[in-house]
Design a protein around this ligand. Structure first.
Ligand code: ZN
Length: 54
Protein backbone atom coordinates (compact mmCIF):
# COMPACT_ATOMS: atom_id res chain seq x y z
CA UNK A 1 0.00 0.00 0.00
CA UNK A 2 1.35 3.36 -0.96
CA UNK A 3 0.71 6.24 1.36
CA UNK A 4 0.81 9.53 -0.47
CA UNK A 5 1.70 12.46 1.67
CA UNK A 6 0.58 15.93 0.85
CA UNK A 7 3.56 18.17 0.85
CA UNK A 8 5.32 21.02 -0.81
CA UNK A 9 7.00 20.30 -4.09
CA UNK A 10 10.12 22.32 -4.63
CA UNK A 11 12.59 22.66 -7.45
CA UNK A 12 15.61 20.48 -6.81
CA UNK A 13 17.85 23.05 -8.43
CA UNK A 14 16.86 26.42 -7.05
CA UNK A 15 14.39 25.52 -4.31
CA UNK A 16 11.47 27.44 -5.74
CA UNK A 17 8.10 26.13 -4.61
CA UNK A 18 6.43 24.62 -7.65
CA UNK A 19 3.31 23.04 -6.25
CA UNK A 20 1.71 21.58 -3.19
CA UNK A 21 -0.29 18.42 -2.80
CA UNK A 22 -0.14 14.67 -3.22
CA UNK A 23 1.13 12.83 -6.25
CA UNK A 24 2.23 9.48 -7.55
CA UNK A 25 4.46 10.75 -10.29
CA UNK A 26 5.00 14.29 -11.41
CA UNK A 27 7.06 16.01 -14.04
CA UNK A 28 7.20 19.74 -13.65
CA UNK A 29 9.42 22.34 -15.23
CA UNK A 30 10.66 25.10 -13.01
CA UNK A 31 9.67 28.50 -14.43
CA UNK A 32 12.60 30.12 -12.68
CA UNK A 33 15.62 28.04 -13.65
CA UNK A 34 13.95 25.84 -16.29
CA UNK A 35 15.04 22.64 -14.66
CA UNK A 36 12.79 19.69 -15.39
CA UNK A 37 12.01 18.12 -12.05
CA UNK A 38 10.77 14.56 -11.82
CA UNK A 39 9.13 13.41 -8.64
CA UNK A 40 7.92 9.96 -7.74
CA UNK A 41 6.18 8.91 -4.59
CA UNK A 42 7.95 6.05 -2.89
CA UNK A 43 6.71 3.68 -0.29
CA UNK A 44 10.29 2.87 0.62
CA UNK A 45 13.32 5.16 0.65
CA UNK A 46 15.29 2.67 -1.39
CA UNK A 47 13.50 1.51 -4.52
CA UNK A 48 16.22 -0.73 -5.91
CA UNK A 49 15.59 -4.37 -6.50
CA UNK A 50 15.51 -6.48 -3.44
CA UNK A 51 18.50 -8.69 -3.02
CA UNK A 52 18.26 -11.95 -1.17
CA UNK A 53 20.49 -11.92 1.85
CA UNK A 54 22.86 -14.75 1.20
ZN1 ZN B 1 14.28 25.96 -10.26
Amino acid sequence: MNIIYSKEIRCGQCGRKLAEGAYLTLNIKCPRCRTLNHFQAKSHPDERHERPAT
